[in-house]
Design a protein around this ligand. Structure first.
Ligand code: SF4
Length: 343
């Protein structure tokens, strides 16, 4: 559980060295993130009565101040606030919702999981730049299932043991929680295998845009691997000028820059909001890729949107946007050989 995981409690990777303590700005932003729901309300000039009292759960609040600055003051229904507020509904039991919604816990061997043919997932870090309340890995046992140990040897050996793998996907947590030194070591080790493509799933450029620094750009430019970065944005208000600059810097360093969103009740479950998000992503040089139905993780039932509503939203988006700005509506079904594309 994230609670007793050092990475979860301080927002930094577990293997941080003393040299890491001379913090780059992005690490300082995570370290100084808001961890107290009451402080979040104060910063947003909201009275305690504006929202139901925060739930006490094992998944702590973590919101970088730059992300808070993009929320509307005085609005308890702000779509960014809703993504991070530990709503009282989190502790209400909900049928069909569990701690392991995609049944992946226990599958990782040395932090390596193969869900689909040809691709492997490396759980590169258990730390995140912010805690999204709907996260399907909010209960993931990172302490025992991380690829990061003293070095990456065990994970790389496990990857080499799998036949026909052409793509390595860095996931977590957020793999960009790793310092550039650690990330560089991992990329170099992967580049030394037959893998041809490196994919990075990250919320960092959105949550803490300072993470896109020259060191990261150099790493991505310098590898022989084709690089795909998939950022995670749910609402256009997340994409302010600082994020736009970060994405503009990232784009020339990678082969493809994509976005995935989660369809969330009260955040982005209407066509206008999703269309505005796609258009804003385009301005930022990012292609909309997936719109995921919520994985039924315990504590997130209040975000659930019916599949039929999701399908109708995609039809509405097709009517108003060019095809390249319409994401694919998808669901992950445990045991399937790929995600199920629904529309
Ligand atoms: S959705 Fe991503 S960034 Fe958010 S808590 Fe989960 S792993 Fe971390």
């Amino acid at each position: 559980m994230p609670t007793n995981d050092a990475a979860r409690s301080n927002g930094l990777e577990p293997n941080s060295t003393p040299a890491d303590l001379a913090l780059p700005s992005w690490q300082a932003a995570v370290k100084n993130a808001v961890r107290d729901p009451a402080e979040l309300l104060r910063l947003l000039e909201l009275p305690a009565s504006a929202l139901p009292p925060p739930a006490r759960t094992a998944f702590p609040t973590l919101v970088p101040r730059g992300f808070v600055a993009r929320m509307r003051k005085g609005d308890p229904n702000d779509p960014l606030l809703r993504q991070v507020w530990p709503h009282a509904a989190e502790v209400a039991p909900a049928e069909g919702f569990s701690g392991d919604p995609v049944r992946e816990q226990g599958l990782a061997e040395h932090g390596v999981i193969q869900k689909y043919p040809g691709r492997v997932l490396l759980i590169a870090s258990g730390a995140c730049p912010l805690h999204c309340r709907y996260c399907f890995r909010r209960d993931f046992p990172y302490q025992t299932q991380l690829a990061a140990r003293a070095d990456w040897s065990a994970a790389i050996a496990a990857l080499r043991d799998l036949a026909g793998v052409s793509e390595a996907i860095l996931s977590g947590g957020d793999p960009l929680s790793l310092s550039n030194r650690r990330l560089g070591e991992l990329i170099a080790r992967i580049a030394d295998t037959p893998v041809t493509t490196l994919r990075i799933h990250t919320r960092f450029p959105i949550a803490v845009p300072e993470r896109v620094d020259e060191g990261l750009e150099r790493l991505l430019r310098g590898t022989r691997l084709k690089t795909v970065v998939v950022v995670h944005t749910n609402h256009a208000n997340e994409l302010d000028a600082g994020v736009e600059r970060a994405l503009a810097a990232l784009k020339p360093a990678v082969t493809a820059l994509l976005n995935q969103s989660v369809l969330l009740a009260g955040v982005n479950d209407d066509a206008e909001t999703l269309a505005t998000l796609s258009e804003r992503l385009f301005v930022c040089g990012v292609t909309p890729y997936y719109l995921h139905l919520l994985d039924p993780v315990a504590g997130a039932a209040h975000f659930d949107v019916d599949e039929g509503v999701g399908r109708e939203l995609i039809v509405a988006l097709r009517r108003r946007l060019p095809g390249y700005l319409v994401p694919r509506l998808a669901r992950e079904t445990p045991g399937e050989l790929s995600k199920t594309v629904l529309a």
